[in-house]
Design a protein around this ligand. Structure first.
Ligand code: HSE
Length: 298
């Protein structure tokens, strides 16, 4: 009658795939306990780690749970305990982990009436509470693992993209908070055609590279000419991080979701570790607190 789950952090956008591409980080995530109760409704009974609202309608995990609950009308209720490790506003899918965790757990306790795409559909409601916009590029990799591409939001269609062996992500999280809603608000509503051409050529070639284990092509595709020029201004020493990461062997780097976290991709754990060391050396001189981690993508 109760399930304990791990809800992973994720990297959205992956440079050229704004709002559609993402991957799962299985080394960082939230723990949650979902419990079936006789008392009807959705009740958040415990939150540890960060100060988040207990009111179901104001809590991301609560809102996605309610969307599923109302659609299902089960003969029971659910309690949710959240042990939050992913800092809200860190850019590695904190709200998505909460939104996905509650519906995943409820689905298990109900005997899996829904598939992962349907669960993503419920979770979008929770995500929208946090970012003021319906997008699924963090939700989908949290549920499916590996790389995912959100082909369309309405109707929701998610593609699982294969991950080459030995692909690692190094993440630096400078301890400043950037709200997704705010970093979306600074983006232009219109873009230049030549930039759009560059971006879709990079996204197409990145997807091809992931399918064909082509590390050179991954490296050549990891560029963002549309979003990064605007958002990188919000992240202190962004270009320095990129420069040292590439020098240390990164295939490429980008802003993780809406920032401030920055991801680097690399082939092999040793390179990932070298990148971590190089970034640590540079960032520890800035006076800004940060943490870092490495995750294999699979
Ligand atoms: N694609 C979204 C964005 C992810 O970049 O705004 C943030 O959660």
């Amino acid at each position: 009658n109760e399930i304990k789950i791990f809800s992973p952090a994720t990297v959205a956008n992956v440079a050229c795939g704004f709002d559609v591409l993402g991957f799962c980080l299985d080394s960082v995530g939230d723990d949650m306990v979902i419990r079936k109760t006789d008392k009807k409704g959705i009740h958040i009974t415990k939150i540890e780690g960060f100060d988040l609202p207990y009111e179901t309608e104001l809590n991301v995990a609560g809102v996605s749970a309610l969307a599923m609950y109302e659609a299902t009308q089960p003969d029971c209720g659910f309690e949710i305990e959240i042990y939050k490790n992913i800092k809200p506003g860190s850019g590695i899918g904190s709200s998505a982990a909460s939104a996905v965790g509650s519906v995943f757990g409820m689905n298990e306790l109900l005997g899996r009436p829904y598939n992962k795409t349907q669960l993503t559909q419920f979770a979008i409601k929770g995500e929208a509470l946090a970012s003021k916009c319906e997008h699924a590029d963090n939700l989908a990799p949290a549920l499916f693992g590996g790389f995912t591409l959100v082909k369309s939001i309405s109707p929701l269609e998610i593609l699982e993209i294969p991950t080459p062996d030995n692909l690692y992500a190094t993440i630096i999280h400078p301890q400043i908070e950037i709200k997704t809603s705010e970093s979306r608000a600074i983006l232009p509503k219109k873009i230049i055609l030549s930039d759009a051409i560059t971006q879709w050529s990079n996204l197409g070639s990145l997807i091809h590279a992931l399918h064909t284990n082509n590390y050179d092509l991954i490296s050549k595709s990891l560029h963002d000419v549309i979003v990064e020029p605007h958002r990188s201004k919000l992240i202190p020493h962004y270009n320095d991080v990129k420069t040292v990461a590439i020098k240390a062997g990164a295939l490429g780097c980008g802003i993780s979701g809406s920032g401030p976290s920055i991801f680097s991709l690399s082939k092999g754990v040793e390179t990932a570790q070298n990148i971590k060391n190089a970034i640590e050396e540079v960032y520890s001189k800035t006076g800004i607190e940060f943490d870092m981690h490495i995750s294999e993508i699979n």
